[in-house]
Design a protein around this ligand. Structure first.
Ligand SMILES: [Zn+2]
Length: 71
């Protein structure tokens, strides 16, 4: 059990909601996913917690982050 969680980054999905816009690939709806990311540097001691928002297509699951990073 020793090094099971060392150096891992765990992501927990906090919620999903619809985002404006459409997938450029297939025209499907864009979904914004709020993710809480915890990086554990020492065993079982979360050192870095941050919230991220990811965008993806609800139909083809293509990541659409590049569309929104410069917005
Ligand atoms: Zn799509």
């Amino acid at each position: 059990m020793a090094a099971a969680c060392c150096g891992l980054e765990e992501e927990t999905v906090m919620g999903e909601q619809k985002a404006p816009g459409a997938c450029p690939r297939c025209g499907g709806a864009v979904v914004a996913t709020d993710v809480e990311s915890v990086r554990r540097v020492l065993c079982c001691l979360p050192l870095c917690v941050k919230n991220k928002r990811k965008f993806s297509c609800a139909r083809c699951r293509r990541s659409l982050a590049a569309l929104f990073t410069h917005a």
